[in-house]
Design a protein around this ligand. Structure first.
Ligand code: KG4
Ligand code: ZN
Length: 352
């Protein structure tokens, strides 16, 4: 597999991300080096409405994406940039359709103008491959690779899934949420606590100051032998608790909520470890930025023994363009690329 340079574009929700990755296959694994990582976050914009308004998000992508891409051209020289890049990777789902279309159109335009292949990337696959970006694991200089079978705990604003990978780009969903995604539960509970958008990081920060054992919130589905999650019950339990205890210490509520969520996620992941006996466990998606979850899953997997634990560098845990370029490199190597005109976006694109 020859060394390649991939441009990655992410616009599935409320982050406009563009990155360039140089990808090389070494004997010891893969070296994915990020040379450019540009991100425009729409947090301030959506804080005004307390959540993402799809039309507003798409319009902001349409303004920012050309500016970001132009700045890359200015950095390298537009012609040199075109010669440097082997393929243009772009998120084609899942996500907000209007947001996805902005990234897709930009990628199509570039691929056409530069006469380069277009590489459609599933957003969730991008989160998984963030684990292979150089600097994600503490192996100085060496290449990185997944050990298969790999079990991935996928936790984001829209998804909560256990994914089993038997090889690169081969995914099987072995568990998923029956209702809310875990990021959604964080965001909704944060709102109940009066925290600003986006609630997940704010709730998590507050939780570090509270007592995690103060309130016993439910650990949904943990007593059942299946691998399904359910998070709407915890969110409702928080609402009921706050109604009954208007003077509650919100630090304790945040800490107890986070504890219930983390125990549930770690418990179910370990059920899947026992069932599928993977060689490695990885965490992926925006909620993988949660340090309490990372810490607990890392400790539990390491104590279990014989299973490697992988986690993405914090810079690439939430939505960004580098993760799309990373997955794009593997898709390119595996021949999964298209002519610019063949790209289709799918807001419900399945991971398969
Ligand atoms: O993957 P992501 O950036 O966007 C989606 O693809 O959905 O994930 C965003 C989600 C949001 O729900 C956000 O609140 C949550 O990840 N999140 C966190 C933390 N950082 C981001 N949740 C808990 N603790 C965090 N530190
Ligand atoms: Zn995401």
């Amino acid at each position: 597999m020859k060394p390649i340079t991939i441009l990655g574009i992410e616009s599935s929700c409320d982050e406009t991300g563009v990155a360039i990755i140089k990808a090389t296959a070494l004997k010891s694994g893969f070296k994915l080096t990020v040379t450019d990582h540009l991100l425009h976050t729409q947090i301030a914009l959506h804080a005004q409405t307390g959540g993402v308004v799809p039309e507003v998000a798409a319009r902001e992508h349409a303004v920012r994406l050309p500016q970001i891409l132009h700045s890359l051209g200015e950095k390298y020289g537009h012609k040199k940039l075109a010669r440097m890049v082997d393929g243009v990777a772009v998120t084609n789902g899942p996500g907000l359709v209007t947001s996805l279309l902005v990234g897709a159109s930009a990628a199509q335009t570039i691929a056409y103008a530069w006469q380069k292949p277009l590489i459609p990337v599933n957003h969730l696959e991008g989160h998984i491959y963030a684990n292979l970006i150089h600097g994600s694991q503490n192996k100085k200089g060496a290449g990185l690779n997944f050990k298969f079978p790999l079990l991935v705990l996928m936790v984001s604003g829209g998804h909560t899934e256990l994914v089993l990978m038997t090889d690169h780009l081969k995914y099987k969903i072995v568990g998923s949420t029956l209702d809310d995604a875990v990021g959604e539960a964080f965001d909704k509970s944060a709102k109940l606590l009066g925290l600003p958008y986006p609630g997940g990081p704010a709730l998590s920060k507050l939780a570090t100051q509270g007592n995690r054992q103060a309130i016993s919130f439910p650990r949904p589905m943990l007593d059942r032998p299946n691998l399904d999650f359910s998070f709407s019950g915890i969110k409702t339990a928080v609402a009921v608790y706050l109604q009954k205890n208007p003077q509650a210490n919100i630090k304790d509520v945040a800490a107890s909520f986070e504890q219930a969520v983390v125990e549930t996620l770690v418990g179910k992941t370990m059920c899947a470890v026992k069932k599928y006996k993977p060689q490695a466990v990885a965490i992926a998606g925006g909620v993988s930025a949660n340090t309490w979850l990372r810490h607990n899953l890392r400790e539990t997997v390491n104590n279990y023994g014989g299973v490697e634990f992988m986690e993405p560098n914090m810079n690439y845990a939430t939505d960004n363009g580098a993760m799309i370029a990373a997955a794009g490199a593997f898709r390119f190597w595996h021949g999964k690329k298209l002519a610019w005109s063949k790209l289709k976006v799918d807001p419900n694109l399945p991971l398969k």
